[in-house]
Design a protein around this ligand. Structure first.
Ligand code: FES
Length: 69
């Protein structure tokens, strides 16, 4: 089984763990999940729409992820 997960945020969540601040990936592109590794910078110029990124970081804009029955 596979799933498509949509991520609408283009920056990490910041949380405190004790005295340390951690950055949690919310864009879905990090290669060090659950932590942010900076890959969200690829998304900063996204305009409205839905985008898919391949493993090399190439971006494709799609019209729709779903079809109405
Ligand atoms: S929020 Fe995903 S890599 Fe930074």
């Amino acid at each position: 089984m596979s799933r498509i997960v949509l991520h609408e945020r283009n920056r990490p969540y910041s949380i405190k763990v004790g005295e340390e601040e951690k950055h949690i990936c919310a864009c879905g592109l990090s290669e060090d999940k659950p932590y942010c590794d900076g890959h969200h910078k690829q998304t900063l110029d996204e305009k409205d729409g839905i985008f898919i990124y391949d493993s090399e970081g190439n971006r494709v804009k799609v019209q729709s992820m779903y079809q109405n029955p």
